[in-house]
Design a protein around this ligand. Structure first.
Ligand code: APR
Length: 258
């Protein structure tokens, strides 16, 4: 395995001449900014519940106020965090690459918040809403944002009257087809794929690094620990995203200025 400094140079060399780059991000990207993973967020009021009580359509239909309250609590947590420098590095990376897209498994919206422009959210977003029966879109501005912890009654769809749910992919649900098709096409056409902070265990996103590799892309992994992605990676940068990504963009910029 290349040492980190060599890995950074190898990664920068691959990116320097790449026209199309896909950056895939997972929970490790968010957790470095203090966003707990789904299970780690089950604390305090929520410690009494299992994920199946909070993240399935059946659970929402049984108890919409409980599930809606859980997502309101997670939105509140996310509003308080400060995105780490790795997010800003990805915004800068857009300036060096003709076509760059971020394909994320995260639902927290942090890539958009810092200014990344092309973000595909494979598992949906905590900040979008639709009704549970017909998936009619519902505006975020009309969603109650309680300040306390606990249950919160969801609003009703003005068109069909069914309760409004967050537009995230729950257990047992398929990924949104349009986003999935776009992501798979982008990955198959990419010259470089940067895979950051994912264990590579959650399907179908876990296929993406292997699809990129089979299609001839250079696959770069950024993760402090080995993962299932490592088998697909040509280059591995072992370290946290908040350190590695800024260093990678600085290395790339140095080479361009020289
Ligand atoms: N920088 C980069 N990687 C990190 C960091 C960091 N600072 N900290 C941890 N990691 C790595 C871990 O080593 C691990 O390989 O991030 C990975 C996180 O793995 P998972 O928790 O399995 O997250 P992910 O691959 O995104 O799969 C879970 O499925 O439930 C859905 O949407 C949910 O994103 C979630 C996904």
């Amino acid at each position: 395995m290349l040492k980190t400094i060599d890995a950074l140079h190898a990664s920068a060399d691959a990116l320097r001449y790449a026209d199309r780059v896909v950056v895939a991000t997972g929970a490790g990207m968010s957790s470095e900014s203090g966003i707990p993973t789904f299970r780690d967020a089950l604390t305090g009021f929520w410690a009494r519940y299992d994920p199946e009580d909070l993240a399935t359509e059946a659970a929402f239909r049984r108890n919409p106020a409980r599930v809606f309250g859980w997502y309101a609590w997670r939105r509140r947590l996310i509003r308080q965090v400060v995105p780490h420098p790795g997010y800003h590095a990805l915004v800068q990376l857009e300036r060096h690459i003709p076509e760059l897209a971020i394909v994320t498994q995260n639902v927290d919206g942090l890539h958009r918040r810092v200014g990344s422009t092309r973000v595909l959210e494979l598992h949906g977003s905590l900040e979008r809403f639709s009704c549970v029966d017909a998936r009619h879109p519902f505006p975020h501005a009309l969603v109650p944002e309680p300040t306390g912890d606990g249950e919160c009654e969801p609003p009703r769809c003005p068109r069909c009257g069914s309760p409004v749910r967050p537009d995230v992919v729950w257990f047992g649900e398929l990924l949104p087809e349009r986003v999935m098709t776009e992501a798979w096409d982008l990955v198959a056409a990419s010259g470089v794929m940067l895979v950051v902070g994912t264990s590579g265990l959650v399907q179908p996103a876990a296929q993406l690094p292997f699809i990129a590799r089979d299609a001839g892309a250079t696959v770069i992994e950024v993760n402090p620990d080995p993962s299932a992605v490592s088998a697909a990676a040509h280059v591995t940068c072992r370290g946290p995203a908040g350190v590695v990504l800024p260093a990678l963009v600085a290395t790339l910029a140095e080479g361009i200025e020289r």
